[in-house]
Write a protein that binds this ligand. Structure first.
Ligand code: ADP
Ligand code: SF4
Length: 691
C-alpha cells in the first residue's frame, strides 16, 4: 500500500541506534493522567497508537526515584522492581502490534513536590519548588549527583528489563534536573556543574554516557532536549546555546527528540498558535549538526507538510503527541490514502487539562481516548446494529453529529435534523470567535463522514416540534438540542436572576450570532462562568473596537484556562488589547446609570460606568422537545434520550463523548450498561514487603 499515494517517504524504516522503527511516525512522550495509577489503561492507550501505525510509542515522564515524586499527578513510576510489571504491560502490548516502545526517564528536581514521599526536594541550586507551596529544594552536592547518576543507571536497567527498546534522557519543559542544570535561570552553581555551558552540560553528558554504558547496545538512547525557551535573550535560544548544546553532544545519543520549552510553549493551542509545524523554525537546525536521526513536533496533521519536512532533510521522524491522541490511526490512514478520514487535532488542550487534574486523558476529537481499556472502545471499530433498523438525531452540535455518525457506522438508517441553516451547533458558532477557527474541525470531520454514507439523511432548516417527530414514525430518537446562555445573570454566584433594568443585555449566543453590544460605551462582560468563553468574547469584542471591562468573581481571567496551559496568554492578550479586568467582584445590579459590583470577600460595593452588559454566567438546557415527547407521546418511542448539552452543559469534549456513549449503548440493556459503567483498576492488597 505504501508508495501508492505520494507519501511513501513517510513509511521508510529508520534506524535508531540498535533498533529500527518501521516507519517515520513517532509518538513522543506525553502525559495521560493514567500512568502508575492506571497502568492497564495506559498500556491500552499506547497499544492503540501502535495498532494505528505509530512505529515508536513512548511512555510519559517516568519518575526514577522517590525523590522525584510528582504525586498527586498520575505520571509513570520506576522507583524499584515493583514498578516493572506495570510498564511491562505496555511494552508487551506495543510489541504485539509491531512497534517499538520508548520510556522517558525523569528526575524532576525542584519540579517534584515530593508530597507523597516527604523526601527533601533536590535541585540544581537552592530555590523554591515549582508549585506555589512553602517548600524549597536544596542544591545537590557531589554525593547527591553521584546518587542521581546511580538512580538513573538503575532505572535504565529496569527499563531494559521491562522490555523497552528506547530509553530517554530528558532535558525539557523546564521540568527535569538535566534541563535545570543547563539553564542559567536555575543554575547558579559555582562548581564544575555551573557557570560555563560546558559545565552546565556536564550532568546531561554524564547521564547520556551512563545510560549508554549500562544499556550496552541493547536499547537505543534518546535525548529529549528543548532547544529554545521562547523567551528571547532571557532564556536559552536555538540560535545560541541551544545550538551549542546540540554541537557538544551531537552524536552521543542515538536519537535527538527536540522541541521548545516550557510545556505551554511546546503544547501551544490553536487559539494562540494556529500554525501547524510551529516548532520547525526552532528545531530545523538540529539535523545539520548531528548524524543521528531527529524527531520533532509541532501539531503535525498534514501529510504534505510531513512529507516535505522529511524530503527537505528537516526531520527524520514525525513526532506527535496531540495529533496521535486525536487520531491514533493517523499513520494508517495516510498509508491507505484515507486522508479525509484523519481526525485532526483542534489544539484545544482538553487532553492536557485531564493530566493537570490527575484523571484519565480525554480528547475533544477522539471520544475513545482513555477508554480503550476501561470501556473497551476502539477509535475505528464499533459494534454493528442489532434488531432496530432506524434512529433519529435531533440537533447537529457536537453531541448530535457524533451520535449520528456512530449510529450510521453501526448500520442504522439515520435521520439527522437541524433547526439552523447549517450543521454544527455550538462548534459552528464558537469557531467564528477570535482564535477558535480550528475548532470547526470537530464538525467538519463528522459531516464529511456522514456525507459519505448512504444510510444517512440530513436536513438543515428543520426545527422540529413534537408532532413532527411523531409523524416521522422513527421509534428511536436522540435529542441533542443543546443549550443557550442565560440572559438574566443566574449562575455560579447567584442561583436567581439579578436585578437588571433599563440597560441592553447581551449573551454569548447574541455575539456568536453577530449581534454585538453597541459602541456607545463600555461593555461590562460579567464572567461568572470562568471557563474559556468569557475571555474569548472579551478578546473578540476588543478586536471589533469595543471597550470591554471584564468583571469576574475569580482572581484571574478565565481561571479554567490554567488547565489548558493558556491562562497566562489569555490575561496578557486581554491586557494588551486594552480590556480592563476587575477580578474578585460579582455583578450585583445594573441599570441605565451603570452597574454595581460587590467584592467577593467584603461585599463592599463600587459603581462601574457601562453602556451594556454581556452575561457569561450559565446555560439553560434546551429540553422542550424532549419534555413534550416524553410527557405526551412516549408510547411511540422505544428510545427517547436526551444527550449532550441538553442533558448536561459542559465542554465540547463532553458533548462529543455523550453522543458517542449514547450510540455505543443503543440497544444495550440499560441496567447492564449502568452496572458496567467502566472497569476500574483496583489497588492491590498484596503486601509488597520492604520497610
Ligand atoms: P451539543 O453541544 O449538545 O451538541 P449544541 O448546542 O451544539 O448542542 O447543538 C444543538 C443543536 O440543536 C443546535 O444547532 C440547534 O439548532 C439544534 N436544535 C435545537 N432544537 C431543535 C429542534 N427542535 N429541531 C431541530 N434542531 C434543534
Ligand atoms: Fe488535540 Fe484537543 Fe484532542 Fe488534545 S484534546 S488531542 S488538543 S483535539
Amino acid at each position: 500500500m505504501s508508495g501508492a499515494n505520494g507519501y511513501s517517504i513517510l513509511f521508510e524504516p529508520v534506524k535508531i541506534g540498535p533498533v529500527t522503527a518501521r516507519n517515520r511516525f513517532f509518538q513522543v512522550p506525553h502525559c495521560t493522567g493514567l500512568g502508575h495509577v492506571r497502568p492497564q489503561a495506559e498500556a491500552a492507550v499506547r497499544a492503540m497508537k501502535a495498532e494505528g501505525g505509530w512505529s515508536v510509542v513512548s511512555t510519559q515522564e517516568t519518575e526514577i526515584h522517590p525523590t522525584s515524586d510528582l504525586g498527586p499527578y498520575a505520571e509513570h513510576r520506576l522507583w524499584d522492581r515493583h514498578d516493572i510489571p506495570a510498564l511491562q504491560l505496555m511494552t508487551e502490548q506495543v510489541h504485539a502490534k509491531g512497534s517499538l516502545a520508548a520510556i522517558q526517564l525523569a528526575h524532576n528536581g525542584h519540579h517534584a513536590m515530593n508530597h507523597l514521599t516527604r523526601a527533601p526536594a533536590l535541585g540544581v541550586s537552592d530555590r523554591p519548588i515549582d508549585v506555589v507551596f512553602p517548600k524549597q529544594a536544596r542544591a545537590m552536592d557531589k554525593q547527591d549527583i553521584r546518587d542521581l547518576r546511580r538512580w538513573h543507571r538503575e532505572a535504565a536497567l529496569r527499563a531494559k528489563e521491562a522490555g523497552f527498546d528506547i530509553v530517554y534522557v530528558y532535558a525539557g519543559h523546564q521540568m527535569t534536573l538535566a534541563h535545570h542544570f543547563l539553564l542559567p535561570q536555575y543554575n547558579t552553581r559555582s562548581d564544575e556543574y555551573g557557570g560555563s555551558l560546558e559545565n552546565r552540560v556536564r550532568l546531561t553528558r554524564e547521564l547520556l554516557e551512563d545510560t549508554r554504558e549500562v544499556l550496552d547496545g541493547h536499547c537505543a538512547v534518546a535525548f529529549r532536549f528543548a532547544v529554545d525557551q521562547m523567551m528571547g535573550a532571557d532564556g536559552m535560544q536555538a540560535s545560541e546555546e541551544g545550538r551549542a548544546v546540540v554541537e557538544m553532544l551531537a552524536d552521543l545519543p542515538d536519537l535527538w527528540d527536540v522541541n521548545v520549552a516550557d510545556w505551554s510553549n511546546d503544547s501551544q493551542t490553536t487559539r494562540f498558535q494556529p500554525q501547524d509545524g510551529y516548532q520547525v523554525p526552532y528545531t530545523d537546525f538540529v539535523k545539520q549538526v548531528t548524524n543521528k536521526p531527529v524527531v520533532g513536533v509541532g501539531r503535525f496533521t498534514s501529510p504534505d507538510l510531513m512529507t516535505s519536512l522529511v524530503a527537505k532533510g528537516v526531520l527524520d521522524l514525525i513526532g506527535a503527541a496531540r495529533p496521535s491522541i486525536a487520531d491514533p490511526f493517523l499513520p494508517k490512514k495516510i498509508e491507505e490514502g484515507r486522508i479525509e478520514e484523519i481526525r485532526e487535532c483542534i489544539g484545544c488542550n482538553i487532553c492536557v487539562s485531564a493530566d493537570n487534574l490527575g484523571v484519565s486523558i480525554r480528547c475533544t476529537q477522539n471520544p475513545t481516548m482513555g477508554e480503550e481499556w476501561r470501556r473497551k472502545w476502539h477509535p475505528e471499530v464499533i459494534a454493528p446494529k442489532q434488531q432496530e433498523e432506524a434512529a433519529m438525531v435531533v440537533g447537529s452540535g457536537p453531541a448530535g453529529l457524533e451520535c449520528a455518525m456512530q449510529l450510521a457506522k453501526r448500520g442504522y438508517q439515520v435521520t439527522l435534523a437541524e433547526a439552523a441553516e447549517e450543521f454544527g451547533g455550538r462548534v459552528l458558532k464558537e469557531s467564528g470567535l477570535k482564535g477558535l477557527g480550528a475548532w470547526k474541525r470537530v464538525a467538519d470531520n463528522r459531516l464529511w463522514d456522514l456525507q459519505q454514507r448512504a444510510n444517512v439523511q440530513m436536513f438543515t432548516g428543520s426545527k422540529l416540534g413534537a408532532e413532527e417527530v411523531v409523524e416521522l414514525g422513527i421509534a428511536n430518537v436522540f435529542l441533542a438540542t443543546g443549550s443557550s446562555w442565560h440572559r438574566d445573570g443566574r449562575g455560579r454566584s447567584s442561583p436567581r436572576p439579578l436585578e437588571i433594568r433599563d440597560i441592553p443585555v447581551f449573551t454569548p449566543d447574541d455575539v456568536m450570532e453577530g449581534t454585538l453590544p453597541p459602541e456607545t460605551g463600555p461593555v461590562l462582560l460579567y464572567d461568572d462562568d470562568q471557563g474559556y468563553i468569557g475571555g474569548v468574547l472579551a478578546s473578540h469584542l476588543a478586536a471589533m473596537g469595543r471597550k470591554v471591562v471584564l468583571v469576574t468573581p475569580g482572581a484571574i481571567a478565565s481561571a479554567f484556562t490554567e488547565l489548558t496551559l493558556e491562562q497566562h496568554r489569555v490575561q496578557a492578550e486581554l491586557l494588551e488589547a486594552g480590556v480592563e479586568i476587575i477580578p474578585l467582584h460579582n455583578l450585583q445590579t445594573a441599570d441605565d446609570t451603570g452597574a454595581t459590583l460587590s467584592c467577593v470577600y467584603t461585599n463592599r460595593t463600587r459603581h462601574l460606568d457601562c453602556a451594556s452588559l454581556l452575561m457569561v454566567t450559565s446555560r439553560q438546557r434546551e429540553t422542550a422537545l424532549f419534555d413534550a415527547l416524553r410527557a405526551h407521546h412516549a408510547e411511540h418511542f422505544t428510545t427517547l434520550e436526551l444527550i449532550g448539552d441538553a442533558a448536561a452543559p459542559g465542554l465540547i469534549a463532553d458533548a462529543v463523548f455523550a453522543g458517542h456513549l449514547a450510540a455505543r449503548n443503543f440497544e444495550r440493556d440499560p441496567e447492564a450498561a449502568d452496572a458496567d459503567w467502566f472497569r476500574r483498576e483496583l489497588i492491590s492488597l498484596e503486601d509488597m514487603g520492604g520497610a
